[in-house]
Design a protein around this ligand. Structure first.
Ligand SMILES: *Cc1c(COP(=O)(O)O)cnc(C)c1O
Length: 467
C-alpha cells in the first residue's frame, strides 16, 4: 500500500488522486519544466493505464513514464531541419530562408511597438502598406502596390475586387485553358475564381490558345483577362499561348483589366547568376499588365506574402475591398518584407546577402568541394553499415519556379541495405536531416547546406545500428 493511500486510509485499488500524485517529489523537476497542468494530464493517463496494477503508486516509474509522455510536448512541434532534398524552395519545409537583415527587422518588430500604421511626421494615422509600397514600385516600375497574406490571397482579392459580387453572379474573367492550373496545397484557378465570386470563361484548348480566342469571348459582362504562370508544369510540342504584351491592345480597346498571376515571380534577373530566365514583375509591368501578383517567399526570398503591383486606380480599388482587411499582413512579416525588398536595391550584393539567391547561384564546384570535405566524417559514422560517395545530381528551385530546369549540384550519396531506416536515423538527429531517396540511394544534396559546422557536429549521434 502506498504512502498516499495509507494517509487516506483507502484501499490500494481505490484510484489515487492525481492532484496528490502531482505533489510527489519525483515529479517536481518535470513540473518545473513542463508546468503543472501538463503533468496532471500525464498523471491521469498514467492512472488510467495502470488501473488495478500494484505499481501505480511507484513514484519513480510514474515520473519516468510521464517524462516520456511529455517529451514530445515540451519540444516545439515546428523544428529547425536541414533541407538537403535538392529543392531549394521546399514548400513543406517552409520555402525561403530569410536574410539576416530581414530576421533582425522581424525580431525588432516583435519586441516593440512600431510605426505600423502611424505617421511619425504628422503624428497621425498611417497606412501599413506605406512601408513596402514605395519599394515595390521602385523595383517593378509599377504606379502602386499592396500586400496580403500570400499569393493565393492576392489572386482571390484581385479577382473579387475587379470582378466579384456578393451573390456569386459576378462578372466574367477570361483565362486560357492552358493556364487553368492546380498547384500544390489545393490552389486551383477555377476554385479560386468561384470563391472570388466571379465567373470563369475558358478560352482556347489545353495546348493552343490564340489572340482571336480571347477576342471572341469578350462580352458585355467581361471584367478582366487573366494570365497565369504555369508554374509547376510545361507543355511541349504543338503549343501556343498569347504573350501578355499581345493581350494589352485588346484589353485596352475593350476597357478590360489585364491581370497576371506570376506565381513565383522575381524582382531580379536570374540570368545575372547564370540561371535560366524567370519572368520578373518589372517585365510584366513594362509589357502593360494592369495588375501583377506574386509570392513573397518563393524566388523573392522573403517572408510568406502575396504582393500586388500595378495601376494606381486599380490598386486603390483592391486595397479598399473589405477582403484586404481580412487578408492583411502583420507587423512582423511587413518588417521582414521591407528589409528583404531593401536588399534588392543593391543587386551586386544580393547573392551575398539573400540566402535564396546565394543557394541558387552556388557554383557546382563549390558544392562538390563541400561534399568531398564532409565525406570522410560520414564514412566514419556509417562504418560497415552503408557505403557513401560524392555524386553529381540535379536539384530544383521548387515552388513552381522553372519546373523543367534542373540545377546541377552534388550530393553525399549513401547506399546500403535498409535505406529507409537510415533515412529515418537522419531524421531523428537533433537537427533532423531531410534528404531524398532515388534509385536505391539516399541523397543529401548539399546546395542549401549553410551551417556545415552544425551538420558535422551532430553526425556522431547518427544511430546507424538501429538504422
Ligand atoms: C505558388 C503560386 C501561387 C500561390 O502562391 P502562395 O504564395 O503559395 O499562396 C499562385 N499562383 C501561382 C501561379 C503559383 O505558382
Amino acid at each position: 500500500m502506498s504512502r498516499v493511500d495509507r494517509a487516506q486510509g483507502a484501499s490500494a485499488f481505490r484510484p489515487l488522486s492525481v492532484d496528490r500524485m502531482a505533489n510527489w517529489p519525483a515529479l517536481a523537476p518535470l513540473i518545473a519544466r513542463a508546468g503543472r497542468p501538463l503533468v496532471v494530464e500525464a498523471l491521469r493517463a498514467w492512472a488510467d493505464a495502470s488501473r488495478g496494477k500494484p505499481d501505480v503508486a511507484d513514484e519513480g516509474a510514474c515520473a519516468r513514464w510521464c517524462e516520456a509522455r511529455l517529451s514530445a510536448l515540451v519540444k516545439p512541434s515546428q523544428r529547425r531541419v536541414f533541407n538537403l532534398t535538392g529543392t531549394v524552395l521546399h514548400t513543406n519545409l517552409g520555402r525561403a530562408v530569410l536574410a539576416e537583415e530581414a530576421i533582425q527587422a522581424a525580431v525588432e518588430a516583435m519586441r516593440s511597438p512600431t510605426t505600423l500604421e502611424y505617421d511619425l511626421g504628422g503624428g497621425a494615422r498611417g497606412d501599413r502598406d506605406d512601408h513596402i509600397a514605395p519599394w515595390l514600385c521602385r523595383l517593378t516600375g509599377a504606379e502602386a502596390a499592396t500586400a496580403v497574406n500570400n499569393n493565393a490571397a492576392a489572386v482571390l482579392l484581385v479577382l473579387n475586387a475587379l470582378a466579384g459580387s456578393h451573390d456569386g453572379r459576378g462578372r466574367e474573367v477570361i483565362v486560357s485553358r492552358g493556364e487553368l492550373i492546380e498547384i500544390g496545397g489545393a490552389f486551383r484557378i477555377p476554385d479560386i475564381m468561384a470563391r472570388a465570386g466571379c465567373r470563369l470563361v475558358e478560352v482556347g484548348t489545353t495546348n493552343r490558345t490564340h489572340l482571336k480566342d480571347y477576342a471572341a469571348a469578350i462580352g458585355p459582362d467581361t471584367a478582366a483577362i487573366m494570365k497565369v504562370h504555369p508554374s509547376n508544369y510545361a507543355i511541349h510540342g504543338f503549343t501556343n499561348s498569347v504573350p501578355a504584351a499581345e493581350l494589352v491592345p485588346l484589353a485596352r480597346e475593350k476597357g478590360l483589366a489585364l491581370v497576371e498571376d506570376l506565381g513565383s515571380g522575381t524582382l531580379a534577373d536570374l540570368e545575372t547568376w547564370g540561371l535560366p530566365h524567370e519572368p520578373t514583375a518589372r517585365e510584366a509591368i513594362e509589357a502593360g499588365i494592369d495588375v501583377v501578383t506574386f509570392s513573397g517567399d518563393k524566388l523573392l526570398g522573403g517572408p510568406q506574402a502575396g504582393l500586388i503591383v500595378g495601376r494606381k486606380h486599380l490598386i486603390e480599388r483592391i486595397a479598399r475591398n473589405p477582403m484586404k482587411r481580412a487578408l492583411r499582413l502583420d507587423k512582423v512579416r511587413l518588417a521582414a518584407l521591407e528589409a528583404t525588398l531593401r536588399l534588392y536595391a543593391d543587386p551586386a550584393r544580393l547573392a551575398e546577402r539573400l540566402p535564396t539567391i546565394r543557394f541558387l547561384a552556388r557554383p557546382a564546384a563549390d558544392i562538390r568541394a563541400q561534399a568531398e570535405r564532409l565525406l570522410p566524417d560520414l564514412r566514419k559514422v556509417l562504418g560497415s553499415v552503408a557505403e557513401a560517395g560524392v555524386e553529381a545530381v540535379r536539384g530544383q528551385i521548387g515552388s513552381g519556379a522553372l519546373p523543367v530546369d534542373l540545377l546541377e549540384s552534388f550530393a553525399l550519396a549513401i547506399r546500403g541495405k535498409r535505406l529507409d531506416k537510415l533515412a529515418d536515423a537522419f531524421r531523428r538527429l537533433p537537427i533532423p536531416v531531410i534528404g531524398r531517396i532515388a534509385d536505391d540511394t539516399l541523397l543529401l544534396d548539399l546546395r542549401t547546406l549553410d551551417d556545415e559546422a552544425a551538420f558535422t557536429s551532430q553526425l556522431g549521434q547518427l544511430d546507424v545500428v538501429a538504422g
